[in-house]
Design a protein around this ligand. Sequence first.
Ligand SMILES: [Zn+2]
Length: 132
Amino acid sequence: MSMIEVGFLLMCAVLAAVGWVVGTHFWTEWYYRLLSAIIVGCIPIALSTAIRLSEAIRLKRRPPYPVCENGCCRWEDYRIVKSDRVDVELVCKCGKRYVKSDQRFQRLLEDGGRQPYKVLKPGHQWVDDVLA
Ligand SMILES: [Zn+2]
């Protein structure tokens, strides 16, 4: 378990305790307090789920990488091999290698050369590179 996860669980526990204490002001029945503790303790989980969902929707509409040459790999199927300040070298599930450099997405050839593939247009659309 990472430090972030531990901190996250700790936050849930603290909030659950707060929920319990607040609950005691309103209800005498223990199950209402427990319910209050559970609801308040789940706030971080609900928030992080909402953030993750909105991020997934955003990436679906604005994919950081185009579909691969074989048409089978989408942006989440790429694995970053290496990256520097200018280029990101990626490999898709089929084993094809690409380099993303600014708005261009190029095939990486065996000899280290590059071949134009896709280019990012305004409106976040990946289209065929005119240089191809
Ligand atoms: Zn592929």
